[in-house]
Design a protein around this ligand. Structure first.
Ligand code: UDP
Ligand code: GLC
Length: 389
């Protein structure tokens, strides 16, 4: 099957890491078209997935900005749609992985008469999108032959916003299990570099997300003040979409609370499994519903206890008290309580971790995900061939 994958982002976020895993089995016949140069196309080249940067001049595309903001200029949108329509004639289907890719892909699919698939990585709710953007997403997605939702929560919000239920299939992100199973030495190697004064009693909490207000790094910082002095936090991730004001705000908050010696920013890292294995707890702190939450599953696969904000996809990933903990989004005091529980109840945490790891290996195996996606796409390709006969 020949697939033209489309993604608006030059940055390596969760949706892009997911797409790279999905495109891998199709690498000999397919192409990933991205709208701008950056770490995502670089990553695809490293893993030998063919990639083409489609815009002749970089588009000012911000993932969190208005849907049409980066494409507002028809001078840019029309050539991009024309280019994608032309290119897609060499492929069996167009697979849009982000909202602006959906806009371009949907218009191109009308011109080239290629079926459209939309991978929905977002919760199309007022927390994340304006009414106009919700309308645009659902109207265009309702033209797709198939919508793949990354969680039940994303599916439900899509339908509530006007998306057609019969088009949507939920497929969770899959993970290459071996990537997360070889981190036994990481703790010994990485921990000394992460802590200013490493002691055996230091309890290291890791937050692994791009720095963005809705990812709620400030909640973890606030929680630290209610925790013992030996609880230290590392923030792993960068402000991928220009959230410099928020980064400033975080530094200010740390200073105001006198927590400079207890918080470390590590920036964007490529050794996530090793870093997670080094932490005593992974904290997911999003204050708006998380569509899926790759970092939650990654923590489980690494065998590190995880606490997540109880909303959106996180509710499908964690069974509270069995495979991890859930806390109300934005509630720093409750988060601190869980941190202290995890710190104090090592044997309970260990039992939960084992259960979580086994379940995560069963539920989020990349081979199973890719098989499911291949079956769904084959169904669409077959339908399209039959329609043409
Ligand atoms: N990640 C990474 N390096 C970092 C921070 C995060 O590679 O420094 C990865 C992380 O391991 C996860 C993804 O980025 O696979 C983030 O995905 P998630 O679904 O958690 O959130 P998103 O940012 O896509 O909303
Ligand atoms: C998006 C969502 C995130 C999800 C990822 C992969 O980036 O924000 O929750 O895990 O896509 O589907």
């Amino acid at each position: 099957m020949k697939i033209l994958f489309l993604d608006q982002s030059g940055k390596l976020g969760g949706a892009e890491l997911c797409l790279a895993d999905i495109a891998q089995p199709f690498q000999s016949t397919s192409l990933v078209g991205v709208f701008t140069e950056g770490t995502f196309p670089e990553y695809l080249r490293q893993v030998d997935i063919p990639v083409k940067v489609l815009a002749d001049q970089p588009l000012q595309v911000q993932k969190d900005s208005g849907l049409l903001a980066g494409l507002n200029n028809l001078n840019r949108l029309i050539p991009l749609v024309t280019q994608v329509a032309k290119l897609s004639r060499h492929y069996d289907l167009i697979y849009a992985n982000t909202q602006k890719a959906l806009v371009v892909g949907a218009l191109a699919s009308i011109l080239s008469r290629r079926p459209l698939v939309y991978h929905l990585h977002d919760i199309v709710s007022p927390d994340h999108f304006s009414p106009l953007n919700r309308r645009i997403i659902t109207t265009l997605a309702n033209r797709a032959a198939l919508v793949i939702a990354n969680s039940q929560a994303s599916r439900d919000a899509f339908i509530q916003a006007g998306g057609q239920a019969e088009r949507v299939h939920v497929v969770y992100n899959g993970f290459s299990l071996k990537t997360y199973s070889n981190c036994a030495d990481a703790r010994e190697q990485l921990r000394p570099g992460l802590l200013a004064e490493p002691t055996s009693s230091t309890f290291l909490v890791g937050q692994f997300s791009r720095l963005s207000p809705w990812k709620g790094q400030h909640v973890l910082i606030e929680a630290l003040q209610y925790c013992p002095e030996n609880v230290i936090a590392v923030l792993v991730g960068d402000a991928l979409f220009g959230e410099q004001d928020y980064v400033q705000q975080l530094h200010q908050q740390i200073q105001t609370l006198n927590l400079e010696h207890r918080v470390k920013f590590l920036g964007f890292r490529s050794d996530i499994p090793q870093l997670m294995a080094t932490c005593d707890l992974v904290a997911h702190t999003s204050i708006a519903p998380e569509p899926f939450g790759r970092v939650i599953v990654e923590a489980m696969l690494c065998g590190t206890p995880v606490v997540a904000a109880a909303a959106g996809g996180a509710m499908e990933l964690i069974d509270h008290g069995q495979t991890g903990w859930l806390t109300p989004p934005g509630d720093a005091k409750k988060l601190a309580e869980i941190i202290k529980t995890c710190q104090g109840e090592a044997s309970q945490s260990q039992r939960m971790v084992q259960k979580a790891q086994t379940l995560a290996q069963e539920r989020f195996n990349l081979d199973a995900t890719n098989l499911k996606i291949a079956q769904l796409l084959q169904g669409i390709a077959n339908r399209s061939v039959t329609a043409k006969i």
